[in-house]
Write a protein of this length. Sequence first.
Length: 102
Amino acid sequence: MYLLLGTALPAAANLANGDPRLEKLYTSYIAPCCWRENLMVHHSPKADELRASIAAAVKAGKTDEEIRAGLVGEYTIRILALPEGAKGQWLWWTPIAASAAG
């Protein structure tokens, strides 16, 4: 089992070709085919397509905010790996409050 876990991280890092910016971007968005895993770890044709689109946008000189705006415009905020605004705060604090309560 440890061997499998140890090989998963380098394989995921290869998706971004060692580029820290791509790694950050790929982990910031959920694959829209199943809405379960971020683009850094998910393997599907749709995830491959989205990673290629993000890499092309980076190569074209787009900022992270421009990339984010385009993806949110196409897929809504559901594409975001980390919820934003009030929903994000609610999701962050609920498990902590529940643990403290009991």
